[in-house]
Design a protein around this ligand. Structure first.
Ligand SMILES: [Zn+2]
Ligand SMILES: [Zn+2]
Length: 244
């Protein structure tokens, strides 16, 4: 707790002297959030992807076998990296280890994947919110911090457009239908002030895409025309393969 408190109070030298920053991925004292070796090993997604779910593909496709039908509310998705180490450890530290400071550089990096795809449009940036109770216990919502960084990096406005109304359990279940049920009806759009025609929806990890798709559906029902997703990591562990 004290470590977190000092991190929040002071980004500078005093905290660094008292509690030198460990690399979020390998844990070595690096004096920075990520050591050069782990930075070089981040599993960036480069090359062609499925436009709808951001999954690497042999050539660019509009949708792939894995996302057909399950993320149909998303118009587009870009992911910075695969959810493999060292990115997995970094995200774990950001979500569960109090390392909220990681959100800003990760958001900036994720924004670079989206910038070439905006084609002159100026969407509003928002995030997949956690339930207020969970945010209170964690002290922050990492997706919100990521979204603010994405907005800042792209020079776009950030608005909170969604609220999570149901405290659903963490998406640990490997049962796909249960995962879908967990997020169905769990969000509500905050339409005060009118909703923008185009939205960038930010989250940390995309696995099945059910959560992002549900949020996109809620936004579209409330009047948003187009939803582009931007995530830090794409988890292919599930892959959506039949029988898994
Ligand atoms: Zn490292
Ligand atoms: Zn796909």
């Amino acid at each position: 707790m004290l470590y977190n408190y000092i991190n929040m109070m002071n980004h500078g030298t005093l905290a660094e002297l008292l509690f030198p920053t460990r690399c979020a991925a390998c844990g070595l004292y690096a004096g920075r959030l990520l050591c050069p070796s782990c930075t070089a090993r981040l599993p960036y997604i480069r090359g062609p992807v499925c436009r709808r779910c951001g999954k690497p593909a042999l050539y660019e496709v509009e949708e792939c076998e894995q996302c057909r039908g399950r993320v149909r509310r998303l118009d587009f998705c870009r992911a910075l990296a695969l959810y493999d180490d060292p990115m997995r450890s970094v995200i774990h530290r950001m979500k569960y280890g109090g390392a909220w400071r990681l959100a800003r550089p990760l958001g900036y990096m994720a924004a670079t994947t989206l910038a070439p795809c905006l084609e002159g449009s100026t969407p509003c940036v928002t995030h997949v919110p956690m339930h207020p109770r969970r945010k209170r216990s964690r002290g922050y919502d990492q997706a919100e911090l990521l979204a603010r960084a994405v907005a800042e990096a792209l020079g776009l406005p950030h608005r909170v457009l969604l609220v999570r109304t149901r405290h659903s359990p963490a998406q640990a279940s490997s049962d796909l239908s249960r995962r879908r049920e967990n997020v169905r009806g769990a969000f509500r759009a905050l339409a005060g002030g009118g909703l923008p025609p185009e939205v960038i929806l930010v989250d940390d990890v995309m696995t099945t895409g059910y959560t992002l798709s549900e949020c996109a559906w809620v936004l579209k029902k409330a009047g948003v025309g187009k939803v582009l997703a931007c995530v830090v990591a794409r988890d292919l562990a599930d892959g959506g393969l039949p029988g898994r």
